[in-house]
Ligand binder design. Structure first.
Ligand code: SF4
Ligand code: SF4
Ligand code: SF4
Length: 161
């Protein structure tokens, strides 16, 4: 007889694809260590942590930005997070070629919300200004993702944490 409960357990704990929370110590093994208690989800006042793949917490930048308040880490009963004094994550944005400006349409929605000024627009004579990046200034907060009208912005992990 097939044990459906066991089958569900195996499926739900297989490596899930999640957008990691800030300060996660071991991104690669996060889904082996997280118990899916949901305490981080309830702690996030910005409501950017969702029940992701396999029931694991995952950041959903379509809902907003991370303000680096550290509440998710503070409320986690496991030892999954690094110290608040460390850099929260190694990730920056990438912009796809669907960006409206590459098609000659004026848009600056992403830079309007970027507090660190990692995205700027340079005026070029006879052309619609296109985004210029200073990715060293990108905190990976994700604030620019949801305002983009054509979903042209994605987050990319650039580190080994
Ligand atoms: S640091 Fe704060 S805003 Fe960012 S995911 Fe954690 S609880 Fe949410
Ligand atoms: S992720 Fe945050 S810091 Fe980086 S470009 Fe977008 S708004 Fe600016
Ligand atoms: S918000 Fe999106 S479409 Fe607009 S300039 Fe930024 S990346 Fe391009």
């Amino acid at each position: 007889m097939v044990d459906t409960r066991r089958r569900f357990f195996l499926r739900s704990t297989a490596k899930a694809k999640v957008q990691p929370l800030p300060w996660i110590a071991d991104r690669d093994n996060f889904t082996d260590q997280c118990t899916r208690c949901g305490d981080c989800i309830r702690a996030c006042e910005e409501q950017v942590i969702v029940n992701g793949d396999g029931g694991f917490p995952s950041i959903d930048f379509s809902k907003g930005e991370c303000i680096f308040c550290y509440a998710c880490a503070d409320h986690c009963p496991e030892k999954l997070f690094r110290s608040e004094n460390e850099k929260p994550w190694e990730q920056v944005i990438t912009i796809k070629d669907t960006c409206l400006t590459y098609k000659g349409v004026e848009c600056r929605s992403c830079s309007d919300v970027c507090d660190t000024r990692a995205i700027r627009f340079q005026l070029t004579q006879g052309q619609v200004a296109q985004p210029q990046f200073n990715l060293q200034d990108c905190s990976g907060c994700g604030a620019c993702i949801s305002p983009c009208p054509v979903n042209a912005i994605a987050m990319e992990n650039t580190g080994n944490e």
